[in-house]
Design a protein around this ligand. Sequence first.
Ligand code: OGA
Ligand code: NI
Length: 352
Amino acid sequence: MAPGAPKVLLSDIVSHSNKVPSSYIRPASDRPDLCNVVDSSLQSIPVIDMIGLGGSNHRQIISELGSACKTDGFFMIINHGIPKEVVEGMLRVGRIFFHLPESERMKMYSDDPTKANRLSTSFNVRTEKVSNWRDFLRLHCYPLDKFIHEWPCNPSDFRQVVGEYSKHARELALRLLEAISESLGLDKQHMVKAMGKQAQHMAINYYPPCPQPELTYGLPGHKDPNAITILLQDCVSGLQVMRDGKWVAVAPVENALIINIGDQMQALSNDRYKSVLHRVITNNKSERISVPTFYSPSPDAVIEPAKGLLDGDHPPVYRSFTYQEYFDAFWNQGLKSASCLDLFKNESNQSS
Ligand code: OGA
Ligand code: NI
């Protein structure tokens, strides 16, 4: 959608056309090149079984987690502790919401990125030149009491079911942050403390079937700006991750969640752990729903590397900044493959 164009949800365009509208078509040099993607059967992101994290398998899991954060930036977890019914409920109410009549969904619409809870489309309709094949409902989830009353109340159990999922997602994020701190040799509470009051946002992403998937993206290549992301997806493929210079498809695995390291964790770990490029492609057969939970520092948290990770050979890679400062830069830059973290590099590290 061109800047300033009227609001149109993608789900309503889809039913009227068997072609991608021109505002969604990427320039030829920036299309998904779907033939050049490594199939998930040939290469996969690591799968970590979380069972026994607090007990017999503790050391093994911490070590697997550390190497996944270092070399992959993306991994799946199974036996993660969020009950199956809670996960299924989350996907169910998300799907029902996106199938509601337009007039009902539009009650949540806003293209103002500063609004905490809103329905929108693409990424940032106010600034972007080419639109993305995605509608999304963005919700703030923590502290839950502060936001839940602004969430949709249709379907009638939306708030209860999504609230339940988001409480479990927060517990999981905290367990992961402890484990990640430990895997870096830091105090268990290090990352949680470094993030201040913390924030938890969720997107319910809705990718309708796309008549010409070779021309557009669900989401173009980007890195997540937050600290860690917990991604729940339905059984339709679409996510691809950059590995060794190639896009690798991530096939959905039942009962698994995908975890990825975001830019803040990369900065807090002084580049030991990696925020990795990923993107979403569309398909012409099935709609797809994904639910990322973005776990972030609070806006006023000062992001700087853990002292325990610095020495003569490992000076701070980035200057200190507040998460608010970072988020503003990320949002202004738009979704780009160039890392926003580069804007915060210390001068002595510019060439590396
Ligand atoms: C995101 C994202 C992946 C997906 O929303 O930042 O990368 O599979 N989503 O929808
Ligand atoms: Ni992402």
